[in-house]
Design a protein around this ligand. Sequence first.
Ligand SMILES: [Zn+2]
Length: 250
Amino acid sequence: MIKSPFEIKKEICEIGHKIYDKGFVAANDGNISVKVSENEYYCTPTGVSKGALTPDMIIKVDKDGNKLEGKLNPSSEIKMHMRVYRERPDVNAVVHAHPPIATAFTVAGIELDQYILPEAVLTIGDVPTCEYGTPSTMEIPDSLEPYIQNHDAFLLENHGALTVGCNLTKAFFIMEEVEFNAKICKYAMELGAVHEIPNEQLKKLMELRKKMNLPGRHPGIEIEEEHSCECGKEELIAEITRKVLAQLGK
Ligand SMILES: [Zn+2]
């Protein structure tokens, strides 16, 4: 069913209220956009709290972020949304927020790459940290480049998070999942141990993802080889080296 412009604007406001109520943004932070055609996108305005959004505030922009309709002006961070749409034709919605715990991981210099919850392994995998960039410049869109094709969730160093989806609900759910995963990881760290899901179980989750035919991009999972194999290899190399040296010494 095709949604009317008003329904799309209303949905953007509802998601805006949710990210504000959940404490994923402060003051006027954060921005949301939805693609309606190759050259038409709805987005949130600059200078308005996501908790106070109303449909009449939503702006329409073209693929370069220029305003087509609306009283207010588009968010200064619209450039990173437009970069996502340019690089990922499968994406129809983008959410940017500053979820505090996931953002704190980037501030602490800790990667959010622990495989601790099956839901998060299935839907997002590890979340890359994109190099710090000055907001509103091309530095942030550029920082997404190395990861944009293989992920639906990104952390922005010392800044926040960006999530994408085939629709706005999906993009928002991924944002929630990123923060929830970071929260559980932080709690486990505070309790003193982070036990990750074992390799065999991770493989099963990846098979499940294939079977379920889940939408979006996923980086896959890096399954570490058994450590003993590496030791074995090192011992073998040392043994060969000893033998070769012995031969040369003769
Ligand atoms: Zn931001």
